[in-house]
Design a protein around this ligand. Sequence first.
Ligand code: 13P
Length: 248
Amino acid sequence: MRKPIIAGNWKMNNTASEGVELVKALKPLVKDAKCEVVVCVPAIDIPAVKKAIHGSKIRLGAQNVHFAEKGAYTGEISANMLKEYGVQYVIIGHSERRAYFGETDETVNKRTLAALNAGLTPIVCIGESLEERESGLTQKVLDRQIAADFAGVEDLSKLVIAYEPIWAIGTGKTATDEQANEAIAYIRKRCKKLYPGKNAGRMRIQYGGSMNAKNCKGLMAQPEIDGGLIGGASLKPADFAAIVHFDK
Ligand code: 13P
């Protein structure tokens, strides 16, 4: 059994005080959650949000982590810095970081290994662009990302994959339940093949891309989909809580 995980990716939204207000509103709404509930917040919000979620089911996540332990990397944050603040999860390789900040499969792999090494749970984002999907390249792109991003990972069940087709992010254009399920089934099959004996069967795979309070039920009912990585809808407590309670 894989425990479902619903994670909010706030992206570059919410100052620390706004973030505190959001989680204060969210706390009572998710107190009976059966799944894992995570908020991935801007780094500077971490201390305040950590205090605000105390005593609740909400877990804390970051949106990026550097791969070095320490050193001359101006503007970066290490896994140990996150860890010391009680951060448990970290998004790695989001398509926005790949598109706007030069993230490559190689750096995604290095960040993933560093996060695992520090005891954080990476939420590693993979997925194809619209052009790649329309040219029939989805599986090829996933193959490349799976081979590169997870190289050297000893136990795949210690990380979470977020399948986020780029064309579905922030566009309101969700993958159909079947499209999402099919891609996620493929990712698991491929991981099992490429990394035998590394627990790919127990690894959780989320769907991300315009998931909302309405479409979450259909997506989460699919056998291969173990959760969601939620952008826009995670900024509204009632909407995010409705996704957390997808089974109600
Ligand atoms: P949206 O839910 O806003 O489409 O964003 C998805 C996403 O990128 C989560 O990481």
